[in-house]
Design a protein around this ligand. Structure first.
Ligand code: C5P
Length: 218
């Protein structure tokens, strides 16, 4: 039986940063499931498919070829195109929650996620990993932080990447995304009943990583 670490939580809680480091330190696979939903949203926008057209977006999700490298850069290829940076654009961030609410899109991506989990010990981050994708995961963490701290973290990330979006805009975008993600019918964002809830407000990355590694080793 493989070790499965599920890390869920709202936007900007630091899931992917933390999950990547934990995976690295413990020698586990890492899968960023948000990158998969972002890839579908990116491809829909790039091919001029209306985001409201559930049938068309679902069809797209069924044929799209998404490849996530397990190297430290976490390169994402979508139908052969390197979309690593593009899937983080603000247009994609604004589009992703709608397409992620479509059950057909989720079914397809969850199938791919469960296949990845068969490969070995894994850390997976997302919104529904502990509740739906890997309900039997041995470790479930729900990472949160205050809305202003989450917005500030995303803002600083954007600055590093040379993307200029105001703090107010980022805050409003992530709050809207959290509402859609937690109110959708199919596998909404919420802590699993057996998840450890970790509020990271005011904690450094190293402190959060240390807490999670302690939980895993217990
Ligand atoms: O984690 P990240 O912010 O990149 O996720 C982008 C979006 O993808 C989320 O806001 C959510 O709409 C969707 N998502 C999801 N289920 C997951 C991971 C991401 O619905 N497991």
């Amino acid at each position: 039986n493989h070790l499965q670490v599920a890390i869920d939580g709202p936007a900007g809680a630091g899931k992917s940063t933390i999950a990547r480091i934990v995976a690295d330190k413990l020698g586990l696979y890492y899968l960023d499931t948000g990158a998969m939903y972002r890839s579908v949203a990116y491809k829909a926008l790039a091919s001029g498919i209306s985001l409201q057209d559930e049938k068309a977006v679902t069809g797209l999700a069924r044929i799209i070829d998404i490849r996530l490298s397990h190297n430290d850069r976490q390169t994402v290829f979508c139908d052969g195109e390197d979309v690593t940076s593009k899937i983080r654009d603000v247009e994609v961030s604004r589009a992703v929650s709608l397409i992620a609410s479509y059950p057909g899109v989720r079914n397809r991506l969850v199938e791919l996620q469960r296949q990845e989990a068969l490969k070995g010990n894994i850390v997976m981050d997302g919104r529904d990993i502990g509740t739906y994708v890997l309900p039997d995961a041995g470790i479930k963490i729900f990472l949160t932080a205050s809305a202003s701290e989450r917005a500030r973290r995303r803002y600083l990330e954007n600055i590093k990447e040379g993307k200029m979006v105001s703090l107010e805009e980022i805050r409003s975008d992530i709050e809207k995304r959290d509402v859609v993600d937690s109110q959708r019918k199919f596998a909404p964002l919420k802590p699993a009943k057996d998840a450890v809830i970790l509020d990271t407000t005011g904690l450094t990355i190293d402190e959060v990583v240390a807490k999670i590694i302690r939980i895993i080793r217990e």
